[in-house]
Design a protein around this ligand. Structure first.
Ligand SMILES: Nc1ncnc2c1ncn2[C@@H]1O[C@H](COS(=O)(=O)NC(=O)C[C@H](N)c2ccccc2)[C@@H](O)[C@H]1O
Length: 549
């Protein structure tokens, strides 16, 4: 039956007549696999009337958006985006705080095969211009009451509101390349707050994000009854973790606007009015409430869990939080934006007095943390520090338009370089404990040389926070006018305690640390400056010290 010259080598001629059996219904038309919007809207099918987003911008004004209402917003926005004929894979800058509509907008981008780039309304113009120049988006999307103006003329602009999109300026006409959407396409690009030079765009595919979400959900951190407060700006992927945790669990996300997070009374009011059961944020969101509003914090009787990430939680503050929320589950969540996150580890309750550093546990199911020493050998003995390398299905695709930085971060698997599998080189140091758990020991670039001696800044900071009355501390190695580095520390006093004396702090360090690890200068501050993502702003401290402020 083979006809050699036929383009179809096999013909039915000569074969027994093949009855045209009724073919099974073909797979739904369109892309195979699951995308971000499929995963995050799944609950809309089972519990359409359950709350998906609960907002409260003003006392007593609480807005609940159900899963069905969220899905309807997604339909409206996806219709608006689809009508613009933007090619698959184009970027949409989504400039907004985390709101129900912003969540619907990012889901609509996913639905229409577009990559969203979240930026905060507070993003300085120059930084926004740098992101626009790097990501070259087709469209800028903001809320109807968004305040961004004077966007580059080539950029399409639109706004999302209660009924759909309104287009101010259509994207430049182009011949759309209708590629088939694929789960390896970028779902979003998050620009790191890298202070030096060009911001790096972390590209996360649908496949990576869903692999991470699935790994996270095995920890059963949330139930459908949970109301998960998210206190990070949308540009920080902590907010995207919270959206995935809430919607992936059939629970509700409670976005707290950044301008309310900063004020303890506003933050605690929003948590009370919305009935938040879980509060997720970087350690700094608790500092002022612990200090000035402990009673109001302790009065949040629906609050049953706290999840933090981003940097170490100073132990005196963590212990104080446990005192005020004695029944709350507190989870230390470690990871980098290049894999969204990595591990979830319960903080012992109460934290034993002799604990000096928190465990970050092991990678979420389906991923593996490896420690690699300076020679590139994998370390598996307890107590020996190594750089964390992460093997995971949730790794980023690379830094946008930066192959060199990508190559430095996605390196061959140290255990099997021949395999072609890439692992994430995190730049974080850790040691393994007796039971295989890991302890964060700072970043490789926070190992500084003071007068030829290696100093781990995190170790100096931990020692400073052990001083009675010290709540948090940051240590920096600052350049001396004549060359060399000088160890400088900034200490925040604890609630209602006599502020520690700088001299006494230095003596306290001198008793426990080698001379080169004793800060030469110690400044007491009422508060530590934080970056847009809520982490201690070390660059701002270094500038202030340099100005002698
Ligand atoms: N729990 C920690 N203890 C101590 N140092 C930490 C910790 N979580 C991060 N870090 C540090 O922060 C770095 C990552 O910084 S980042 O890329 O801006 N990403 C983040 O900070 C947030 C991260 N994407 C994330 C989002 C949501 C949940 C967990 C983690 C890590 O490499 C660590 O150095």
């Amino acid at each position: 039956p083979t006809a050699p010259d036929s383009p179809f080598p096999y013909t039915t001629r000569g074969l027994p007549h093949v009855s045209t059996v009724s073919q099974p219904p073909s797979a739904p038309a369109g892309p195979a696999g699951e995308f971000l919007h499929d995963f995050l809207l799944a609950a809309a099918r089972h519990t359409p009337d359950a709350p998906a987003v609960i907002e409260s911008d003003r006392p007593g004004a609480t807005t609940v958006t159900s899963y069905a209402e969220l899905a309807a917003l997604v339909d409206a926005y996806a219709h608006g985006l689809g009508a613009l004929g933007i090619e698959t894979g184009a970027r949409v800058v989504l400039e907004s705080d985390t709101t129900a509509r912003a969540v619907a907008a990012l889901l609509a981008c996913s639905r229409t095969g577009l990559t969203f780039v979240p930026v905060s309304p507070e993003t300085p113009r120059r930084r926004l211009e740098s992101i626009l120049a790097t990501a070259r988006p087709a469209l800028h999307l903001q809320a109807v009451d968004g305040t961004r103006t004077n966007l580059p003329p080539a950029l399409g602009t639109a706004r999302f509101g209660p009924d759909g999109l309104t287009v101010d300026r259509a994207p430049a006409p182009h011949r759309p390349r209708r590629r088939v959407p694929c789960v390896t396409d970028p779902a979003y690009i998050v620009f790191t707050s890298g202070t030096t030079g060009r911001p790096k765009g972390v590209v996360m595919s649908h496949r990576a994000v869903l692999a991470f979400y699935r790994g996270m959900l095995t920890h059963r951190i949330a139930t459908p009854e949970d109301r998960i407060a998210s206190t990070s700006p949308l540009q920080f992927d902590f907010s995207l973790l919270n959206i995935g945790l809430a919607l992936g669990s059939g629970a509700a996300v409670v976005p707290v606007p950044p301008h309310l997070v900063r004020w303890p009374r506003h933050l605690l009011r929003v948590l009370r009015d919305t009935g938040a059961t879980q509060v997720n944020g970087v350690p700094s969101i608790w500092r002022q409430s612990l200090r000035y509003e402990p009673e109001r914090l302790a009065a949040l009787d629906r609050l049953r869990s706290v999840l933090f990430c981003g940097e170490e939680f100073p132990l005196p503050e963590l212990r104080r939080l446990q005192e005020l929320l004695p029944t709350a589950r507190i989870i230390n969540c470690y990871g980098a934006t290049e894999s969204m996150a990595c591990s979830f580890e319960d903080v012992p309750r109460p934290l034993p007095d002799d604990v000096e550093r928190l465990s970050i546990g092991v990678a979420h199911p389906g991923a593996e943390m490896l420690l690699v020493d300076a020679s590139g050998a994998v370390v598996d003995r307890p107590g020996v520090p190594g750089e964390i390398h992460l093997r995971s299905p949730a790794l980023f695709s690379g830094y946008w338009d930066d192959p060199e930085a990508t190559r430095a971060a996605l390196v061959p698997d140290p255990l099997c370089p021949e395999s072609g599998q890439a692992v994430l080189r995190t730049g974080d140091l850790a040691v393994r404990g007796e039971h295989g758990e890991h302890y964060f020991c700072g970043r490789t670039d926070s190992q500084v040389q003071i007068n030829g001696n290696r100093v781990e800044l995190a170790e100096v900071e931990r020692k400073l926070t052990e001083f009675p009355g010290a709540a948090a501390a940051t240590a920096l190695a600052l350049p001396l006018p004549g060359g060399g580095l000088e160890l400088t520390a900034f200490v925040v006093p604890g609630a209602g305690r006599t502020p520690p004396d700088a001299g006494a702090l230095r003596e306290f360090c001198a008793e426990a640390l080698p001379p080169y690890m004793v800060p030469q200068q110690i400044q007491l501050l009422d508060a530590l400056p934080v970056t847009a993502n809520g982490k201690v702003d070390r660059a701002a401290l270094a500038d202030a010290a340099a100005r002698g402020a």
